[in-house]
Design a protein around this ligand. Sequence first.
Ligand SMILES: [Zn+2]
Length: 133
Amino acid sequence: MSAARNTPAPAHAAEGVAAHPADALLRQLDDLMAAIRSADFPALLAEEVEDDRETFPAVRCPRCGDLVESEELRAVTPAFLWIAADDIESDETRARGAVSFYNDQTPELEETLYYRHREHAVRLPEGWREDWQ
Ligand SMILES: [Zn+2]
C-alpha cells in the first residue's frame, strides 16, 4: 500500500480546520457504504444440477431463481483512489491554470461493497469467500 492510499479523506477535517457544509455529505457516503457492506443480502445457493443424467456444480440466485453465469456475477467496489497533485507549487502549474495528477495506483479491488447478479444485490454462497487474483 502506498503512502497516498493512507491519506485521510478530506471529509474528516483536521482540528483547527473550518467545517464545510458539504463535509456531511462525505460522512454520509462513508456511512452509506458501510451500511451497504454490512447489508444482509440473500446468499447465492451452491447446488448440483442434473442435465442429461450428469450432475454439474452450479450456483442459483435466490432473488430471481436463475442459475448464475460467471459473467453475470459482479463484485462491486468503490475503488476510490487518493491521487496526490503533481506539482501545485510550480510556476508552470500557475501559468497553465491546471493541476496535474499522476495516477500510478490500481484500485483497491479487495474492498468489495456488494455482489451483484444482473441488476440485484446478493451475497456469496454460505461459507464461500472471495479470492482476488
Ligand atoms: Zn438473480
